[in-house]
Design a protein around this ligand. Structure first.
Ligand code: FAD
Ligand code: NAI
Length: 467
């Protein structure tokens, strides 16, 4: 079975790469070890978590915001089984969509675990181990994604001690959930279960939440989450969890060491990051070099150290985001087809889908200070945005960071309603090398939340109108 390209893994990196390659005329095969296509993102990541975030946000809104708008629905009642079914149906719709797209683009699919037997050869073994198929191609793209980082000595059973995967399918709302790690997963899935009635406490190793995020944004966001009832124990680590009793007993120590305390909880969610997934791929035997964090080393063309073997997505360096994996999938397919595929890593938006949402693109103030780059800041709060006011959604702000010399936009950070959709405008402006003045002079529809972006851009030049 001979192909122009074999892609191992059908997540956002792999399936998008395969479709783009097929569009460009390459005879392409995808190998996927799970029963459904779509990878972490569609099956146990982006899609199910957003379904639960959406449903739980409406649940909370129905209880607290509806009465203020004159909508009487009584006290909303949770039907958790139905909510999980709604989530599962959303996942099914999406994974079936990927299967349809692969078929439509005439990509051959193989279900089984792919193993590289040296450059040009991939062996696919079915889950029962009974059938082995040999595929050949001069180009192999590894898009095998990532897996949960485990905490030493703490066994994840996905019932009481859970990873993000278990947190998407809890059959009962825990009375108390202890979240280990104040990163994206901890805050998103912590928010889901808090909204559904759990007491949620987050233990974070560092002295701040969301490392890497603009620190002003992270501080304000923490205050908002605290107002919602989430509590934080920063500068602390969980060292052990005793599951012998009815309730779990977590040992929590100061990060720097010191006396431990015991925190009881019904469920412990371990969300301390993800690691590249390279198990059983035969990379080492094939001579593919990994870095010190087990990621596949690639050059600017996504080529590994072995000719003909490429890698994209969570299994290589960079933010572990679906859209970053997708863009790399497109770029490597175009490179293999002789075109100039490229990813602009300076303009990769990132969004936390809590309420309010947090979205950013480009540099943070911390980055600019560390690099010694002079910048101007324009900030605009949603309290001064007409639409946010009338919607009673006034928490948060937009912050634009522009080069002090050229006015070019270097970073945009939004805490606020619908921030995830709004950040696209900033990304487009930055992709085109736009200035704060370009955004400020672009007519924005009224009344929309996006006017806060225009006002923040005006504020860079100290001429915001509505504040
Ligand atoms: P994956 O999606 O992990 O896909 C890899 C695939 O390869 C898997 O299907 C796996 O089964 C398969 N595979 C592995 N080894 C083999 C093998 N040897 N043979 C055959 N197949 C193999 N990102 C966002 O941008 N937005 C979000 O809202 C978001 N939410 C998330 C929520 C959660 C709870 C989690 C866990 C992650 C979330 N992410 C989100 C991150 C996102 O899921 C990943 O960045 C993205 O899935 C990476 O895509 P990928 O193609 O590199 O790998
Ligand atoms: P993360 O890297 O975002 O956060 C992990 C947090 O755990 C960090 O704050 C870290 O300091 C802390 N931590 C590490 N070890 C610890 C310990 N022993 N005790 C206490 N705290 C500890 O990782 P997370 O949240 O697991 O997410 C994994 C990846 O999935 C992220 O890289 C993210 O990009 C992606 N993702 C993206 C989403 C989105 O785009 N909306 C949603 C969910 C996940």
């Amino acid at each position: 079975m001979s192909y122009d390209l074999i892609v191992i893994g059908s997540g956002p990196g792999g399936y998008v790469c395969a479709i783009r390659a097929a569009q460009l005329g390459l005879k392409t095969a995808v190998v996927e070890k799970e029963k459904t296509f779509g990878g972490t993102c569609l099956n146990i990541g982006c899609i199910p978590s957003k379904a639960l975030l959406h449903a739980s946000e409406l649940f909370e809104e129905a209880a607290h915001a509806f009465p203020k708008m004159g909508i009487k629905v009584g006290k909303p009642e949770l039907d958790l089984a139905m909510m999980l079914k709604f989530k599962d149906e959303g996942v099914a719709g999406n994974v079936n969509g990927v299967a349809f797209l692969l078929k439509k683009n005439k990509v051959d699919t193989f279900q089984g675990t792919g193993k590289i037997l040296g450059a040009g050869k991939v062996e696919v073994t079915t889950a029962d181990g009974k059938t082995k198929t040999l595929l050949e191609s001069s180009n192999i793209v590894v898009a095998t994604g990532s897996d949960v980082t485990r905490l030493k000595g703490i066994d994840i059973d996905e019932k009481r001690i859970i990873s993000s995967t278990g947190a998407l399918s809890l059959e009962k709302v825990p009375q108390k959930m202890l979240v280990v790690g104040a990163g994206v997963i901890g805050l998103e899935l912590g928010s889901v279960w808090r909204r559904l009635g759990a007491e949620v406490q987050v233990v974070e190793f560092l002295d701040r939440i969301l490392p890497g995020m603009d620190s002003e944004v992270a501080r304000q966001f923490q205050r908002i989450l605290e107002k919602q009832g989430m509590t934080f124990k920063l500068g602390s680590k969980v060292t052990a969890v005793d599951k012998s009793g009815k309730r779990l007993k977590a040992q929590v120590e100061p990060a720097a060491g010191g006396a431990a305390e015991t925190i009881e909880a019904d469920v412990v969610l371990v969300a301390i990051g993800r690691v590249p997934y390279t198990e059983g791929l035969g990379l080492k035997e094939a001579g593919v070099a990994l870095d010190n964090r087990n990621r596949i080393n690639v050059d600017h063309h996504f080529a590994s150290t072995v000719p003909g073997i490429y890698a994209i997505g969570d299994v290589i360096a960079g933010p572990m985001l679906a859209h970053k994996a997708e863009d790399e999938g497109v770029a490597v397919a175009e490179i293999l087809a002789g075109q100039a595929g490229h990813v602009n890593y300076d303009v990769i938006p990132s969004v936390i889908y809590t309420y309010p949402e947090v979205a950013s693109v480009g540099k943070s103030e911390d980055d600019l200070k560390a690099a010694g780059i002079a910048y101007n800041t324009g900030k605009f709060p949603f309290t001064a945005n007409g639409r946010a006011k009338v919607n009673m959604q006034t928490e948060g702000f937009v912050k634009i960071l522009a080069d002090a010399r050229t006015d070019r936009v270097l970073g945009v950070h939004i805490v606020g309603p619908d921030a995830g959709n709004m950040i696209a405008e900033a990304a487009v402006a930055m992709e085109f090398g736009g200035s704060a003045e370009d955004i400020a002079r672009t007519c924005h529809a009224h009344p929309t939340l996006t006017e806060a972006i225009k006002e923040a851009a005006l504020a860079v030049g100290k001429r915001a109108i509505h504040i």
